[in-house]
Design a protein. Structure first.
Length: 494
């Protein structure tokens, strides 16, 4: 039991340690993802803010009447003085109410083009949204690199629509920024508009693939739409990989930055270690259990062997009765017990009559069989739990009868004699026993050899009187119904 409890405790400690390692790995992965999210958010927010500041400056400058009268070079410096601060900046334009280019940050003489169909123009025409971030598009003023645009509305003093100022930023900016981040082999980074349109996803293929990409109907976007920031674990991505995602808004812009790491990549090594340690623990536990079972088996075998040796040391091999050693120990114990309680103790010495003649006539094998049969008959006559019948030696037996007075000893002895006589009814083999009985109340200091000597003397008297009889140590007359050998006051019923 203690071994089992020890194994359970050991496996429990191992499980707790493995869970702590798992928690440490998970916490570290969450912290790393939060750091990535914060770093990317700061970088994207900074660049978008720089671009929006340039748009605000151009927006304010266009409301001044004198701006149209300035030298074109100076005018561009006034309108777009902050435009060079943002990374990966594309076209920066002031558009007329019809969508034509009025001022161009890249050219003193504005390039030709109409952008009235762009969403960043249509939204501002209908109602001001400042700043508005467009869906990805391919530029029309040279180059085919996709980008997004920030736009602001230009309004007349009466609030009517007077055009749009816009600035584009290449998607390569987001791609290059995200590609520098290590989120693991199956990690993912995405920048999503509030309507579910993807601005950038990393890893990704060609940036042109993002022009019409949307996750608005995916389970991933449903999680993101639950709040401005948070985290969740899902496998609802396009590739079915289970990831833990963290997301947060990009400053004041209608964009959400999402970073996700593979759950298996973070916990895969831990799972393999847990499986390995678990198997090792089970093997060790199994080995210990087997060893304990083997030791227990060996102990049980040793106990059985010891019990067998003990039994051999205290049991007569021929008759199965207790041997002389057991008899001596039992007699001493019974004498001490009866002395404490002042109860009588009876002793019977039993000898098979003319056993040598029987042995010579029928052989030793038949003689052994007779001894075995007599032992069972004698044992059956000593019926109380404390009574003991033993083989004293050769053809001689002895019986210890605690709490039995002389009359009771005489009755038991006579019952034994009669039972043996009737056990061998064949006229060809007459088997009888002679019994000497002695009983007394022993004082604590009295030695058992006194009682043994009295019973032995009574046995010899029974032999001398002609065998096949019982003699009490207190007289030489055979046992009769009247039992005249003891005063009536000293006879106790058995």
């Amino acid at each position: 039991m203690s071994v089992c409890l020890g194994l359970i405790a050991t496996l429990g400690v191992q499980a707790v340690l493995l869970l702590e390692i798992r928690q440490d790995r998970w916490t570290s992965a969450i912290q790393a993802a939060q750091n990535v999210l914060h770093t990317l958010d700061s970088d994207v927010d900074r660049n978008l803010n720089l671009l929006d500041l340039s748009l605000q400056g151009a927006q304010e400058a266009t409301t001044r009447v004198e701006i149209a009268n300035l030298d074109p070079v100076i005018r561009n410096l006034v309108l777009f003085d902050r435009a060079g601060s943002a990374e990966y900046l594309g076209a920066m334009l002031v558009l007329s109410p019809s969508g034509e280019i009025v001022y161009d940050a890249s050219e003193v003489k504005p390039r030709s083009g109409n952008f009235a169909d762009r969403d960043y123009f249509q939204v501002q025409k209908d109602s001001a949204q400042e700043p508005y971030i467009s869906a990805p598009f391919v530029g029309r003023l040279g180059g085919d690199t996709p980008g997004i645009a920030l736009s602001r509305r230009i309004s007349n003093p009466d609030g009517s629509f007077d055009g749009v100022v816009m600035g584009a930023i290449s998607l390569n900016y987001f791609r290059d920024l995200f590609s520098r981040i290590n989120m693991g082999r199956a990690g993912e980074i995405a920048l999503v508009r509030s309507d579910g349109r993807l601005v950038m996803r990393w890893p990704s293929g060609d940036t042109h693939d993002l022009l019409n990409a949307s996750i608005s109907r995916s389970g991933l976007f449903r999680h993101i739409a639950e709040g401005p920031s948070g985290s969740f674990t899902t496998s609802d991505g396009t590739d079915g990989v289970e990831r833990h995602y963290l997301y947060a808004p990009v400053g004041r812009f209608p964009l959400t930055l999402v970073v996700g790491f593979s759950v298996d990549e973070v916990l895969g090594l831990w799972r393999r270690q847990a499986l390995t340690f678990g198997l090792i623990g089970c093997v060790i536990a199994g080995a210990i259990v087997l060893l304990v079972l083997a030791l227990q088996g060996a102990l049980r075998r040793e106990e059985k062997m010891s019990a067998r040796f003990e039994n051999l040391a205290t049991t007569d091999w021929l008759t199965g009765l207790p041997n002389r050693r057991s008899f001596d120990e039992r007699l001493i114990a019974a004498a001490r017990s009866t002395a404490r309680s002042a109860a009588p103790l009876a002793l019977l010495m039993i000898d098979v009559d003319r056993f040598k003649v029987l042995n010579d006539r029928f052989g030793h094998g038949r003689g052994d069989e007779v001894l075995r049969q007599i032992s069972q008959v004698l044992k059956a006559c000593a019926r109380r739990p404390d009574d003991m019948v033993a083989r004293y030696g050769g053809e001689e037996f002895a019986a210890v009868l605690p709490g039995t007075d002389a009359a009771g000893a005489a009755r038991v002895a006579e019952a034994m004699r009669a039972a043996v006589e009737h056990a061998f009814p064949s006229p060809d083999m007459t088997v009888t026993v002679s019994i000497g009985a002695a009983s007394g109340t022993l004082a604590p200091e009295t030695e058992t050899r006194t009682l043994l000597a009295a019973a032995d003397a009574a046995l010899y008297e029974a032999k001398a009187q002609g065998r096949n009889r019982v003699v009490l140590a207190s007289g030489t007359a055979p046992v009769t119904e009247a039992l005249p050998l003891l005063p009536p006051s000293r006879v106790r019923s058995r």
